[in-house]
Design a protein around this ligand. Sequence first.
Ligand code: ATP
Ligand code: MG
Ligand code: MG
Ligand code: MG
Length: 462
Amino acid sequence: MARIKEVRDERNPGEELTVNGWVRTRRDSKQGFAFIELNDGSCLGNLQIVVDQDTKGFAESTKEISTGAALTITGTLKESPGKGQRVELHASELKVLGTADPETFPLQKKRHSFEYLREIAHLRPRSNTFSAIARVRNAASAAIHNFFQERHFLYVHTPIITTSDCEGAGQMFRVTTLDLARLAGIQTEIDYSQDFFGKAASLTVSGQLEAEIYATSTGPCYTFGPTFRAENSNTTRHLAEFWMVEPEIPFFDLNDNMQLAQDFIKHVISHVLETCAEDMEFFNLRIEKTVLETLQHIVDHDFERVSYTDAVEILTSSKKKKWEFPVEWGHDLQSEHERFLTEEHFKKPIILFDYPRSIKPFYMRCNEDGKTVRAMDVLVPRIGEIIGGSQREERLDVLEARMKECDLDPEEYWWYLDLRRYGTVPHAGFGLGFERLIQLLTGMQNIRDCIPFPRTPKNAEF
Ligand code: ATP
Ligand code: MG
Ligand code: MG
Ligand code: MG
């Protein structure tokens, strides 16, 4: 059995082989031939199958060969006279494994909106756009692992269930234990109604604090896993469940961190451009006509590094803009400000650094000015923030004071503070939202279309 990508790219005329897949279209010629476009998801393109009256199994099943039907076909490859394809398969035998009733199968020739496809889970990967997104996601995942593995980072699996709210933003989903014993009428000493076995636990908003434990023991590491935030908002860049890549590096400062973030993004983009050329052409043609140009520009240029204070200055002195949200030192930038900086002012990705301490979480390294912390956000055109990171506070006394300032109980974080008690070192890291990276790579407008099963306030079903 051969995958269609392999057949299209590597197999030669004269070879006999078997392929499996689903019918995309079928055309019948007056001379008794049929042309079937077969797709198996391994690539965007189809394999053209030429069937005639001598093909075993064709005559008896001809009515069943319609869009969506699953087939297995054996035949001989021939050079194709058609445009855009090197080879076609002349079928000697054909079997229909599963039919798709043309009356009810919704993926006929007509194109569906992304909103419609989002509602019918199985249709998404059967469409060109979503199968291409799935392949880009796959290639980007591989690139992420390659990037860190080549640099000898350790892949650490941080927990999903946790008691710490790393970001302090109150966006945690609480975990509860179903009180099965009570429902079954059984007496038990454990009070299951107390959330997680008597403790309050939640789904993780970030693996950073745990990653710090490994970084400061076994060296540079990264996590890459699901992350959860109770985002009860309806934006095109927030999900309730998303994947985050979080490297954490000891003996590292904010400058090292900014360099790493830039190298990392460029590496992933280059890998995807190289390995998903056909899918990327498709996105450029059908989804966002500047996507290839934008990505190449990102790969070819350094990101602009701008302090938060300078960014505020640029935004407030820009005469031509009327802001919906006012710009004021000490407030977080809004999407309109981020887009202005990346799309109109610098026209490329920027790294904003040294944010006001009051708007950032407790763990960031305080600067000597007493007002700012060594934070960095990477912003990209069209999307805005894609990475949030920082150098971490390595001084025990400063960290304890900061925790109190943020209303956190240092005793609950004894394990985190111990890292500063024993062999503390300057260290830094960042978190990249994987689906925002997929938005950047594909040109898709809505983050919900960048994950196979989007979780939003309205959908946890499929
Ligand atoms: P935003 O300002 O967009 O809400 P954030 O500052 O709350 O993001 P961080 O805590 O810095 O996010 O998380 C690191 C990265 O994770 C972000 O830069 C972003 O790429 C991604 N991210 C954060 N929240 C979400 C979400 N709800 N859905 C998808 N990705 C997210
Ligand atoms: Mg947020
Ligand atoms: Mg933010
Ligand atoms: Mg952030």
